[in-house]
Design a protein around this ligand. Sequence first.
Ligand code: FAD
Length: 470
Amino acid sequence: SSGSEDNDVVVIGGGPGGYVAAIKAAQLGLKTTCIEKRGALGGTCLNVGCIPSKALLHSSHMYHEAKHSFQSHGVKFSNLEVDLPAMLGQKDRAVSNLTRGIEGLFKKNKVNYVKGTGKLLSPSQVSVDTLEGGNTLVNGKHIIIATGSDVKSLPGIPIDEKKIVSSTGALCLSEVPKKLIVIGAGYIGLEMGSVWGRLGAEVTVVEFAPDIVPTMDGEVRKQFQRTLEKQKMKFMLKTKVTGVDASDSGVRLTVEPAAGGEQTMLEADVVLVSAGRVPYTTGLGLEDLGVKMDKIGRIEVNEKFETNVKGVYAIGDVVPGPMLAHKAEEDGVACVEFIAGKEGHVDYDTVPGVVYTHPEVASVGKTEEQVKALGVDYRVGKFPYMANSRAKAIDDADGLVKILAEKETDKILGVHIMGANAGELIHEAVIALQYGASSEDIARTCHAHPTLSEAVKEAAMATYDKPIHM
Ligand code: FAD
């Protein structure tokens, strides 16, 4: 059945924002339809984002470890090789298993799934051009726009997904490029650069800004950049790409200093354009309905995710806020809780961010620069992975934990971790921040030995007092 009967909720877009909203709505007893044009659920995240990139990061890390670290652990073998089609195949299987898993969750929760492209005809009616080739109308009392984001293209740099690729093309290169140039030193560029660098590509990252990952704590960022440089990633910061020329033999880029100056020529087999993402609202009919968007095309919503048009809501990458899958999910749940007449809440101050390179970099709360700008008196507690017994035992000791706490109250303001498993360790800090904990609260909590998490405890000790192992 498509949605000719009335739905309580119609969700346009089946990404982490949309599919989670749809399942939650159904769980709250609302009759729900989700419309997705991709032919598979999970959105950018599952199909061409978080999941396939983490699959390739893991596979390439295993190869890199085998090549560079196994010997020192006494694991020897000959004939180490990369079988790229097999590596890409494992990634594709992971993706298709997970997308089918969401279809299963839709069935289990009785979410009606319509495959096709939706367009709003009114605040309560969506026209869908179905993938099968027809058109159907889906009605609903509440319409949630969860159409996500798309790759930001750069003027004069046409993406062909072969020589000049977006992150999507970078997830399925048919061979390891000898030279890869990454335009943009955000987390996506650094993650994909790491994948191909580990597999043998010479990677150069060109960035207009003076720093890599601008949202990161400055001190952690500096260490992170040094770590990536040790892994042979090259950086050209404050550098502007002024031209590109792709031919069968490769790509030539002309670059110049961001402030202006002499041009130089760079050559590469593949160029990855990862200069950010833009909200995706093409063809939704929002202009005709008068849905308000800001200057950069994000849909404006209030704290209940309502747009200026009654009955129309928006969540995830298509609204302001960090463009992250877990933030989209939180939006989705809170949005349908409001629709169901309950309270919903998202705390945007405690959304963690993780860069899944090796080591990982994870953070929550404020950076030291932000704390300074607020004019709050603060203390810093740091603990290096080098002094953590588990990190030493496994010979993976590049990194640190840094905690910022308010001087007067010891309340934690921000936590920044670079190191193995940082993306898992950060959640202790997320909970601490969510509960308004002090650094002493963490320090006086028993942590299992020997774990990397002890580095968080010791950094907490260092924040208001002294660590033991330093
Ligand atoms: P999307 O996931 O973009 O989903 C929107 C869906 O709507 C799409 O499937 C689209 O086909 C569909 N759609 C659009 N228009 C219509 C229409 N008119 N009708 C029907 N369907 C429509 N985030 C993290 O948190 N962690 C990570 O590790 C991470 N890694 C990433 C790696 C890469 C390479 C990329 C590109 C992104 C990554 N992200 C990561 C970001 C993450 O993918 C997004 O923040 C997240 O997918 C946003 O979810 P969403 O539901 O708002 O939108």
